[in-house]
Design a protein around this ligand. Structure first.
Ligand code: MN
Length: 130
C-alpha cells in the first residue's frame, strides 16, 4: 500500500512541485491550503507523515502543529515543517510546537525526497502488510 503524505501549503508553486516529487516517488498525496483544512484532513485520512508550511492564512503552522499534537489519534504522526531559509527562528519554534524536523525553502528537488524519508516511520513487518 502506498504511503500517504499530507501537505499543508498555501503557495501553489510549492504545492505543485512537492506533489509532483512525492507522487513520482510512489507516495499518495493529500493537500490542504490552510491550517483548519489540514487538521480536518489529517483527522480523516491519518497520513503517514505531514509536511507543514509555517506561513499559512487563518492559522500559522505552529498553531497547526500544536493542535495536531494535542489530538491523541494524530500525536505520533511525524510533522515536518517547511520553513523559510531566512527565518532561522522558525526552526526552533517549529520544533517547540511539536514538529519532528524541518526542511528549508526553497525546496531543492534533488534532496527533498531524502529529507522527507528521514522522518518516515520504518516499513512495517509482514504481519501488517496489506
Ligand atoms: Mn505559506
Amino acid at each position: 500500500m502506498k504511503k500517504k503524505i499530507l501537505y499543508v501549503e498555501d503557495n501553489l508553486q510549492n504545492l505543485y512541485l512537492v506533489t509532483f516529487i512525492l507522487e513520482k516517488n510512489g507516495y499518495e498525496v493529500a493537500s490542504a491550503m490552510d491550517g483548519p483544512e489540514g487538521i480536518d484532513l489529517a483527522a480523516r485520512t491519518k497520513p503517514d507523515l505531514i509536511l507543514l508550511d509555517i506561513q499559512l492564512p487563518r492559522m500559522d503552522g505552529y498553531a497547526v502543529a500544536r493542535q495536531l499534537r494535542a489530538n491523541p489519534d494524530l500525536a505520533t504522526i511525524p510533522i515536518v515543517a517547511i520553513t523559510s531559509y531566512a527565518m532561522a527562528g522558525d526552526r526552533d519554534k517549529a520544533l517547540e510546537a511539536g514538529c519532528s524536523g524541518y526542511i528549508e525553502k526553497p525546496i531543492n528537488p534533488e534532496t527533498f525526497m531524502n529529507q522527507v524519508e528521514q522522518h518516515l516511520p520504518p516499513v512495517q513487518g509482514p504481519a501488517h502488510a496489506e
